[in-house]
Design a protein around this ligand. Sequence first.
Ligand SMILES: [Zn+2]
Length: 454
Amino acid sequence: MKSLILLALLQPGPVDLLVRGGTVVTVDREMRVLAGGSVAVRGGVIEAVIAPGQSLPPARETIDATGHLVIPGLVNTHGHVPMILLRGIADDLKLMEWLNSVIFPAEAKNVNPDFVYWGTLLAAIEMARDGTTTFTDMYYFEEDIARATDKAGIRGVLGQTIIGFPAPDYKTTDEALAGTESFLRRYKDHPRVVPSVAPHALYTTSVEVVRKARELSRRYGIPFQIHGHESPEEDVSVRQKLGRTTLSVLEEAGVLGPGMIVHHAITVTPDDIQRLVRHGVSVSHNPESNMKGASGLSPVPDMLKAGVVVGLGTDGAASNNNLDLFEEMDTAAKVHKLFRSDPTVMPAREVFRLATLGGARALGLGDRLGSLEPGKQADLVLVDVRTPELTPIYDVYSHLVYAIKGGNVRTVIVGGQVVVRDRKMTTVDADEVMARCNEIKARVLKSLGREGSQ
Ligand SMILES: [Zn+2]
């Protein structure tokens, strides 16, 4: 076995935080797992991953990880976080009916800075307690979402939506592009918020506007995200309107390239997969939302084989209906097996990589996030495995994908800061957030003329 000693990298003096004595699941190049390992953190960054039996540095704070798996924080590559406030308002409908009869009217009447701020805090609590340390958003009033993300202490890749019809925040695409630019300027150097440009989709937004949005993302060197190939209906409408597939249109328009993530990628053709490879475009895979909407299944095994970088996402809580990436991993691993009648596809180890380093790379953050290695941001999650449903353990990846749930997460560290301690959020008063969100629910029901309903 190769030496795992990285103590030589330790600087003199006590480290800020030492997480000691856990089973460290590194997700490094060799996918090393260190039983009884430790992680030393200084200045918000991992300074050393220390093998068992090696001497440990002095530390200002020590967390005993005995009986825990210590994993990289999970990375959620797609969602609309404030839509958590519409979770369960309508389910089991055809997509267009769901959107047109409930979601769009509810959004038109209720989405404002207050709605997105409290919704983001609620989602941040859920995600952090489920082990997610980085999430990706595409919504409105992104500056207020950034404010809530900053308060919660987790990371967000926050995409200001640009859409070809009047939105709750901007009435025209010109206003949206200008507003997005000021958001990018304001947040481009923030330690945990990565601003992003997010034209909604080709069936809602013109190619010209998508191209302008792409120019903006290139000028500021920040991630570009778009929905694409989300359902057969969308595919038909794009082909009718523009004569070819979404990825083909975007290639022609010069939009494809590194730093871009496509959400869903269900109806991609073999040529589209080659386009993704050729231009270094990554994909967010959201199987639970796609199953609930009966939209289809993205050919992820084919994309991975071709060399596409893929991350896992939950999509919004109104279409999932939770933000637990452990569940998403479980589903992603199983649904492809069923679909292909082949239990060997999407093995647990590979699926766990998608939810960590895969997601980080898909967002262009693979050099900073997604694994436990010296020099990376100290985003660590401690999963308590001293519980009957997780006893005994033969294989950590099997447990992480098929047995562990978000509720098994005990402690979460983001950039060296403990944001969840013993399942309690340290940065936000969860009771206050729930109270404010219940007030918003009452307003939503009133706006839809449904005051009497539960
Ligand atoms: Zn979406």
